[in-house]
Design a protein around this ligand. Structure first.
Ligand code: ZN
Length: 251
């Protein structure tokens, strides 16, 4: 009897240590989970994905995690960029990388069908949960993929659509223009520039408040890195993740 009890306790203990942290949210009829996929208590770096359709970035971090222990959190819902839901018969949606300021939430909910204070409150709760996760780490590394042919590091150069957000830029002659790093930390910018990566340093005085995580981190002095590659550029994204870990002196 005693040994059966011991084995039962062992099983329960093991399940608990293996359990993922899942934080559930409800938006009208839609369930969303903010989930801790990988955990390394000894690392101060947090990797995260908020656009579930950007599958290359998710594949890349899973591949890297087989070699290096890391922290990775992800938003899970419908494998789409926007989170869509029905509330009080209204069809609504928002971009989770526009939810971190009121201005961003107002615009993205309006673009998604309708802004209401009730939906703003719900979206704000999710944003606050993501932000509270950041507080346990020193550096935040967001993973993104792009598909827009008009969007690349060149968008951040003089005369480009995103030029307003740029303080400094290095365009590599060897890397594809769609594969780049965006950071709010000047020392990290210099380190990535030395490695001849495509890199943008976000303007620290004025930037467009679109409610994205880079804006939130910029406003709150949190070192933030975005590793952005073209969808399908798996090898490039794996290489960039490894280089970022090297620069941050992670194992
Ligand atoms: Zn994205």
């Amino acid at each position: 009897m005693k040994s059966i009890l011991f084995f039962l306790l062992l099983i329960i203990f093991n399940f608990q240590s293996m359990a993922q942290k899942n934080i559930p949210f409800q938006f009208g009829n839609k369930s969303v989970v903010w989930t801790n996929v990988f955990e390394n208590k000894y690392s101060n770096v947090l990797f995260l994905n908020v656009h579930e359709d950007e599958q290359t970035s998710i594949e890349a971090i899973i591949k890297v995690s087989a070699e290096r222990e890391l922290n990775f959190w992800q938003l899970k819902h419908d494998s789409t960029r926007r989170i869509s839901f029905k509330d009080n018969k209204h069809n609504m949606s928002f971009d989770p990388n526009r939810m971190f300021t009121f201005k961003g939430r107002y615009k993205t909910l309006k673009d998604g069908g309708k802004f209401t204070f009730r939906s703003n409150k719900l979206v704000k709760l999710l944003a606050e949960e993501v932000v509270s996760t950041l507080s346990s780490f020193e550096t935040v590394v967001a993973l993104h993929n792009n598909t827009d042919v008009n969007y690349s590091i060149k968008s951040y150069a003089e005369g480009g659509d995103e030029a307003e957000n740029t303080s400094a830029i290095h365009i590599s002659p060897t890397w594809d223009a769609d594969d780049f790093i965006y950071t709010t930390d000047y020392d990290l910018f210099l380190a990535f520039k030395t490695l001849d990566l495509n890199v943008i340093y976000q303007n620290d005085k004025k930037f467009v408040n679109d409610g994205s995580l880079s804006v939130y981190c910029g406003l709150n002095n949190i070192p933030y890195v975005n590793i952005e590659t073209q969808l399908g550029h798996l090898e490039e994204q794996i290489k960039l993740i490894n280089l970022v870990l090297d620069v941050l002196k992670e194992k």
